[in-house]
Design a protein around this ligand. Structure first.
Ligand SMILES: *Cc1c(COP(=O)(O)O)cnc(C)c1O
Length: 357
């Protein structure tokens, strides 16, 4: 689970808890994704992880960034002036609708009317919410996102010289494999639109970290579908940055309570909320740096320092753990630190370290 380079870096950190980002690994991964998607524009969905160090690495590989708020827009525009931005997200304010961007993803007919009322020029993709089955997806984005056929029909007559319709955008679900995403592409490329953004949501398996989304299959499939030479764009988040992040911490206590074994770790899910929101065991490795009391070879639940039973990283995982051991959680590079409730209990914030290019 934890390779020798990360193990060595985690041993050298000293302080815990800390985030450790493997920038060379991110660079290599982004380059391979870029290479697999020949002829397809690649944007990064910044909400997965807006850390500037990661964005700097990604900027060398992506055609642009997808931002979902005025805050993300300001952050990315300041870091990469002139880099194309696609602005999306439900419930945009009038101020957000005025922000300069390469593409604006409009979520509803009323939002389009408010955009027109600003008087600005804009190149728009309509976000559609197609009725495609998304079996096996981790999180489907039906519900309020985008619009159905009736919403699109209501928008079409409103476009004009200043606010131009460029095409369609859709972000179907989180956790899709290449065939599911190709089914979406088939549907959206059915129409006449010059430009189609197929969103993100490429599957990341926390249960089987070595299983990776098949970028080569997706790229070949998109190339085969797009014979008409239209502009195709994707905007993955999680599948680009999840693998490069690690949360490194230490065992501070071990105990048995009513027959169950626990290892209490410094920090908690207020630093790494991912296992709580996704309901999974966060993949991890234990480095035997400790010499205190231990648990060995029995099912152990790894918990943090928060005063809530929800503060669980992994349940009943068979492992050895001693007080002082280093625990390295993997796949902590997306929807991890930036979605966590940092101020709950007012514990110290983690340190941030980067393996550099
Ligand atoms: C969240 C989101 C993405 C990225 O999704 P991932 O699952 O992180 O790949 C892309 N586009 C839109 C519109 C989103 O909301």
């Amino acid at each position: 689970m934890i390779g020798p380079r990360i193990e060595e870096a985690a041993r050298r950190l000293g302080e815990a808890p800390a985030y450790l980002y493997d920038l060379p690994a991110l660079d290599e991964h982004a380059a391979s994704v870029r290479a697999a998607l020949d002829g397809v524009e690649l944007y990064y969905a910044v909400k997965a992880n807006p850390d500037p160090e990661l964005l700097r690495v990604l900027a060398g590989h992506v055609d642009g960034f997808e931002v979902s708020s005025g805050g993300e827009h300001a952050h990315v525009a300041a870091l990469f002036p002139g880099k194309p931005l696609a602005l999306g997200g439900p419930g945009k304010t009038d101020a957000e609708l005025r922000l300069p961007c390469h593409r604006l993803h409009v979520e509803s007919p009323n939002e389009l009317r408010r955009l027109l009322a600003t008087g600005r020029e804009a190149d728009v993709l309509l976000r559609v919410n197609p009725d495609l089955p998304v079996e096996g997806a981790a999180l489907t984005m039906s519900g309020p996102f985008g619009m159905d056929e009736a919403g699109v029909a209501e928008c079409l007559p409103l476009f004009g010289r200043r606010v131009r319709l460029r095409g369609l955008h859709s972000h179907l679900a989180s956790g899709l494999d290449a065939p599911a995403l190709l089914a979406l592409a088939r549907r959206l490329l059915d129409g006449e639109h010059a430009e189609v953004n197929l969103g993100g949501g490429m599957a990341v398996s926390y249960a089987a970290p070595r299983e990776r989304f098949d970028w080569a299959e997706y790229g070949r499939g998109l190339a085969a579908l797009n014979r008409g030479g239209r502009t195709l764009r994707v905007e993955p988040g999680r599948s680009l940055t999840a693998y490069c992040g690690y949360y490194v911490t230490r065992v501070v206590d071990v105990k048995r309570v009513r027959g169950k074994a626990y290892a209490v770790l410094l920090g908690g899910t207020h630093h790494l909320r991912t296992p709580v929101t996704k309901g999974h065991d966060q993949p991890f490795g234990v480095l035997p740096t400790g010499s205190g009391p231990g648990l060995d070879g029995e099912p152990v639940t790894l918990v943090g320092q928060l005063c809530t039973p929800k503060d669980v990283f992994a349940r009943d995982v068979v492992t050895s753990a001693r007080v002082g051991d280093t625990v390295v959680f993997a796949m902590a590079g997306a929807y991890a630190w930036n979605i966590s409730h940092h101020d709950f209990l007012m514990h110290a914030k983690p340190a941030f370290h980067y393996l550099r290019l």
